[in-house]
Every structure is written in C-alpha cells, then in structure tokens.
Design a protein around this ligand. Structure first.
Ligand code: NAP
Ligand code: MG
Length: 502
C-alpha cells in the first residue's frame, strides 16, 4: 500500500514519485507495512508555503477553539488506541503494553493541550505612570518544523505538534523514516478533527506531513527561511547541526537529544523494587529510549547479591514480536541499530577489566531469526572512563559500576556529557534529598525507574541532552509562543516612562 504526504489539506504523492519501504523489525522479510513517499525540496517548500498562508487565519482562531480541535483529536485517539498501538508495535518493535502507553501519552497531551487553549495565561503588572495599564500575553510565532525520532512515534510528535497548534502556530511535520505509519495516522486524526471542529471554516495547511529522509526533508526545513521554529528530538550529532544552522538563521530551536541515564542502588534500598526498575529501565523498549537505564551504579555492599538476582531475572526475559502475548523485549528497530549495539558490545569486550556476564550476541533462535533481535546484555566491573560507561548505546546493554558511598555514586552518575534522566533507590531520606540536589539531570526519580515521565510535567535534560527548553506540561508553551507587552495609556496626554515621575 502506498501512503502520501498531506500538504495544504490535500493528500498527495511526493514530487519525486519515489517511495521507501516500511517493514516490521520482528519479521523483516515477510511483513511489508507500506510504501512511504521519499519527499523532495519541492514538497517541503510547498508545505512550508501552505503553512505560512494558513498561519494568517489559524492565528486568529480563538485559542479555546484551537483547543477544541485537540479535544476531538484526543477523543479519536481514545477510540483508536488499540489499533494505533498494534500498528506501532508492528512498525518499530516495542511490546504492545508500551505502544499502548506511548499512545496514552499522546492522549494525555491532547487533553492537556485542549484545556490549555482556555488558559495560555499572560501576566499583568502595574504601570509606573498614572492612568496607564500594562499587560502581556502570548502570541504565536509562525511556521514550526517538527522533526522526530522513531522510538516514541506517537508521544514525541504529540508533545510538539499539539502545543504548537494550540498556541496558534502552523506545522510542517517530518517524522522518522522508520515510523511513518504512526505519523500518518496521527496527521489523519488531526486533519479529521480540524474538519469536524472548524466545519466550513476549515483552514488547509495548518498541519502538513512530509515523509522522507532527514538528510533531505529535515535539511530543507532547516534551510527554509519561512520556517520560524524547529523542534527536534533525536541524536546529539544531528541536534548540534540543527542548532548551528538555526542559530545562524535566528530560528527558535528546541532540542531533546541523547542520554546515558543511570540508576543508583544504595545498600539500604528495597532490592526487589530496584531489580524490577532496572529490568524495566534497561530492557524496556529494547533499551531504545532516550531515558533508558544504560548504567547501573551499585553500592559495594549489595553489588554481588544484586548482580546474582539480576542475572536470574534477565535470563527469563522473553524476546519476540511485541504483538504476541508474554513477550517482554522486542527487536532492535533496524538492522543498522542492531549493528551499532553489536559494535558497542565489542568495544566493551575489548576493555580488559569489564566482564560480560550475559547476552552479547544477536538472538537467532527460531522465529527470532526473522527480526533484528539482540540478547539482553550486561557488563559488570565497568569503570567510569570506559566508552560503554559514557556513550549512548540505544540498545539492550547495561553497564554496571560500583560505588563506595552516595557521593561517589552521584559523581559517577554525573560523569557523562549527558543529563536527561536519573534514579536512586534508597530508604534513607537524607540521601534521597541530597541526590535530588546533586544529580545533574533534567529528571530524577526516587525509588522509581529512569523511565516513566508524565505528560503534564517538564521533560528534558541538562548538559549535552538539550539546549534548555522543556517539553511537556506548562513549560512547553514557553517554546511555542512569544511574549507581547502592551501599554495602554488612558491619561489623554503624552506620558514619558522613566522621565515624568522621577
Ligand atoms: P536521529 O538520527 O538524530 O534522527 C532523528 C530525526 O532527525 C529523524 O527524523 C531523522 O530523519 C532526522 N534527521 C536526520 N538527519 C537530519 C538532518 N541532517 N537534518 C534534519 N533532520 C535530520 O536520531 P534517531 O537515531 O532517529 O533517534 C535516536 C536518538 O534520539 C538517540 O540519540 C536518542 O537519545 C534520541 N532521543 C532523545 C529523546 C529526548 O527526548 N531527549 C527522545 C527520543 C530519542 P531519518 O528519518 O532520516 O532518520
Ligand atoms: Mg536515524
């Protein structure tokens, strides 16, 4: 089946006439999901022009009405949740419970955005002059280029597109080439909701979808002078490039980048709870989360016992197609992602001191041979200077380090260029609060896994994980709007601030 782009309210083929295949990473040869347009510069420019034109009208639609569109989007997503999740598992591999969660995050974000249409609060401040009023309120920015990765194919696009729309911006969306189907469904739903809510006042071009490669579609969005803002989630490498070009062109840029998240377990912690968390954090989504637990930092007193139990539990994890019952871990998203994982395992094996205690190879038994499966892998005796302790792997590989006390644990945790998510298991309230204060990360969990952000809270990281913006909650609205200050002078004369009263 051939899919299309949405440009200016019309579903159409790319000017290139070319397509790329979307396949099931758990059953590569036998399950072709669809053919998606490989779009060109002409497609991008057409979409941006449409978005620019649509902005003239969309910005004037009352924000509560824009919110109503998101309410309908959320309602449709609730109705279609199971089907969306099934297809998402099919296209990118994570298990159905997780793709349902991914969809639910989109639903939560839709309803939050819907209600934000009735807030978008501004501030008032008194004037320093008589008979004068000072107000400030949020205004939309213009055309937003939205570029997203494949690991949260629904949640991440919704984190960006929904607040962008509620604020009155228009959108050109370029999803990851590996997850075009979920993106296609999302945009269909948004367009349907626009038509339902706006009726005869429907505005074509408010939301546009352009499929294709980052190196083509992404770059063209970046290069287009009419794109006012870019919101990007993906690798640090591409993020740096977007920041460079965006900086030069004075585009507003939001970046959510890599992570090398760690979970600390202190010797007073609830061990079983900490075990559940690390299994979920390290091997959920096959480790392909920006918030995945990639490092485990164990207090020396519980190290050996914890590893013993962890090993027992990891060996029981069932690999398979995520839409089948009882499966814990799906495949890597692609062959090349699995190769990257395998390369990092080799890098780990080349470290004299690190010990690989399980996994370390592709999983090819039975039906697993049909997909890009990799055995959950654990390295112990890892030290902070090793590459497997510092670099993002984005696969089912956990590096275990040892610490003598809280200070050392936090120091190790902070010892990477990233700062997205973090976790500490302890029942000592003083240690917990010190960790909250001293950990360098945008997100810290106490007695919880490194994954599990909620849609109404700020999401993002410090250091090389981003450029200071936050998605989620109320914070994302700062990115998608600008402030206008308004002075209303009802004195009937020229009043000069800083001069007349002083
Ligand atoms: P990626 O290669 O950086 O791709 C992300 C998106 O950018 C894709 O849509 C990609 O298109 C596009 N792209 C690639 N090159 C581009 C360019 N030159 N100009 C503009 N766009 C370009 O990342 P990925 O491998 O898909 O995703 C994994 C990475 O995302 C990891 O590093 C992970 O930590 C990060 N991530 C971060 C968060 C967070 O919130 N912090 C969340 C999820 C993932 P293609 O379709 O061609 O790939
Ligand atoms: Mg990529």
């Amino acid at each position: 089946m051939e899919f299309q782009n949405l440009i200016n309210g019309v579903w159409k083929n790319s000017a290139s006439g070319k397509f790329s295949e979307n396949r099931n990473p758990a059953n590569w040869n036998d399950d072709l999901i669809g053919m998606f347009p490989l779009s060109t510069e002409a497609d991008v420019n057409e979409a941006v022009d449409a978005a620019k034109e649509a902005f003239k009208k969309w910005r004037l639609v009352p924000a509560p009405k824009r919110g109503d569109v998101l309410k309908v989007v959320g309602d449709i997503m609730v109705e279609r949740k199971d089907e969306i999740a099934f297809e998402m598992t099919r296209e990118m591999g994570k298990v159905i419970a997780e793709t349902k969660g991914d969809t639910q995050e989109g639903i939560d974000t839709a309803f939050y955005a819907a209600s934000e249409g009735r807030r978008l609060f501004g501030y008032n401040a008194p004037s320093e002059l008589y008979n004068k009023m000072n107000l400030s309120f949020r205004i939309p920015i213009g055309v937003g280029g939205i570029i997203t990765p494949w690991n949260f194919p629904m949640a991440i696009p919704t984190w960006k597109i929904f607040p962008a729309l509620v604020c009155g911006n228009t959108v050109v969306f370029k999803p990851a080439e590996l997850t075009p189907k979920t993106a296609n469904t999302l945009v269909h739903i948004i367009d349907e909701a626009m038509r339902i809510v706006l009726g005869k006042d429907y505005i074509p071009g408010v939301i546009n979808l352009v499929h294709g490669k980052g190196s083509v579609v992404g770059e063209c969005l970046l290069a287009n002078k009419n794109v006012d803002l870019i919101s990007f989630t993906g690798s640090t490498l591409v993020g740096r490039r977007i920041n460079e070009v965006g900086g030069r062109e004075l585009k507003r840029v939001s970046l959510e980048l890599g992570g090398k998240n760690a979970q600390i377990v202190m010797d007073d912690a609830n061990m079983d709870l900490a075990l559940d968390a690390v299994l979920w954090g390290a091997f959920g989504t096959t480790g392909q989360r920006c918030t995945a637990t990639s490092r485990l930092i164990l207090h020396k007193n519980i190290h050996d016992k914890f590893i013993e139990k962890l090993l027992e539990r990891v060996k029981k994890l069932k690999l398979g197609y995520g839409n089948e019952k009882g499966v814990d871990v799906g495949p890597c998203v692609s062959e090349s992602q699995r190769e990257t994982v395998d390369e990092y395992v080799k890098i780990g094996l080349n470290e004299d001191k690190a010990k690989m205690i399980t996994g370390g190879e592709k999983a090819t038994e039975g039906n697993l041979a049909k997909g890009w499966f990799y055995k959950p892998t654990i390295f112990t005796d890892v030290t902070p200077d090793m590459r497997i302790a510092k670099e993002e792997i984005f696969g089912p590989v956990l590096s275990v380090l040892k610490c003598n006390d809280l200070d050392e644990g936090v120091k190790i945790l902070n010892g990477t260029e990233y700062g997205l998510s973090s976790s500490i298991f302890t029942n000592n309230v003083n240690d917990a609060f010190r960790a909250v204060r001293d950990i360098e990360a945008g997100i810290t969990y106490i007695n919880g896994a490194t994954i599990g952000a909620e849609a109404h809270m700020p999401f993002g990281g410090v250091k090389a994980t981003g450029n200071g913006h936050r998605e989620g909650g109320w914070t994302v609205y700062d990115f998608y709007s600008e402030w206008k200050a308004v002075y209303i002078d009802y004195s009937g004369k020229l009043q000069r601030a800083q001069i007349d009263n002083y």
